[in-house]
Design a protein around this ligand. Structure first.
Ligand SMILES: [Zn+2]
Length: 286
């Protein structure tokens, strides 16, 4: 069940669905213009968001900003022909690569076999598009290089490319007046390589950039919102494990022991998983 939630006076979002990989969609309502964040994983997803917002008298968007090129953030874009779409230069270039692809079961399965698509996305696409596979890849109208500010009237959004292991083109949207930082997927690991991984350098660079924003709420596209405290503890976890990964040369057991010693308790699933991803990244780079 997807629900519409509101943060502050001007930011609305719809909750995600894990089974079909529907990410959070955001809407920032200014006095003059309305900005939608991410275009949805299908036209149905996009339209549901707009219908639910209309019930709450939230106006339609004038602009839609894409956070990165992954299918679940862009397949709905074709249902917004009257809206100006924008992305980073790199995101647009990646989206263009999807245009020649077929999305039939056979074509998707073939790409999974040859290693250019992953099982997780293949399954989610099949579950989202049960009755049809009319997928039209739409490229963004407008591109920016690294950074752009949009004044919507009474509320300003900063779009900044931050990169990271999940997707190099990742852009975050900072809703200044509401202190909301829409992280999308940027803080997640790289799930497209043979092994899910984080690399030390990219993680540290990403965190350095994210910490420059003075936010109170952090929006993750596929998991729950984070408060400032929760975000800080996630950053501390990533930084500490990155440090130990380097120091202990990617040795999983030593990193686990060192981290357990530091926190003085047994490690939870999330911590163990994060260590595993850093070890994978370290091994991959050797
Ligand atoms: Zn993604």
């Amino acid at each position: 069940m997807q629900t519409i939630e509101k943060i502050g006076e001007r930011f609305w979002y719809m909750t995600p669905v894990s089974e079909t990989d529907r990410p959070v969609l955001g809407m920032v309502v200014g006095d003059r213009k309305v900005l939608m964040i991410d275009a949805g994983n299908s036209e149905d997803h996009t339209q549901l968001f707009l219908e639910e917002l209309a019930k709450k008298q939230v106006p339609k968007p004038n602009i839609v900003a894409i956070t990165h090129w992954h299918w679940d953030h862009i397949f709905g874009l074709s249902s917004l022909p009257e809206v100006i779409s924008m992305s980073s230069v790199q995101t647009k270039a990646e989206i263009e690569k999807l245009i020649p692809l077929s999305w039939s079961d056979e074509a998707i399965d073939e790409r999974v076999r040859e290693g250019t698509e992953i099982e997780f996305c293949a399954n989610a696409i099949k579950k989202e598009f049960v009755d049809h596979r009319d997928i039209t890849i739409t490229v963004p109208d407008l591109t920016f290089d690294k950074y752009v500010e949009i004044d919507l009237g009474g509320v300003t959004c900063v779009l900044q490319q931050v990169g990271g292991d999940h997707s190099e083109d990742s852009v975050v949207v900072f809703v200044k007046e509401e202190k909301v930082l829409f992280l999308a997927d940027c803080i997640y690991p790289d799930i497209f390589s043979k092994q899910i991984n984080y690399t030390v350098q990219k993680t540290v660079e990403l965190l350095n950039m994210l910490e420059t924003f003075d936010a109170e709420t952090y929006v993750l596209s596929h998991t729950k919102m984070l408060s400032k405290e929760e975000f800080k503890s996630e950053v501390a976890l990533l930084r500490t494990i990155a440090k130990y990964t380097d120091m202990l040369k990617g040795d999983q057991t030593s990193i686990q022991n060192k981290y357990a010693e530091e926190v003085n308790r047994e490690l939870d699933e999330h911590e163990l998983e994060t260590i595993e991803y850093f070890v994978n990244g370290y091994t991959m780079q050797k």
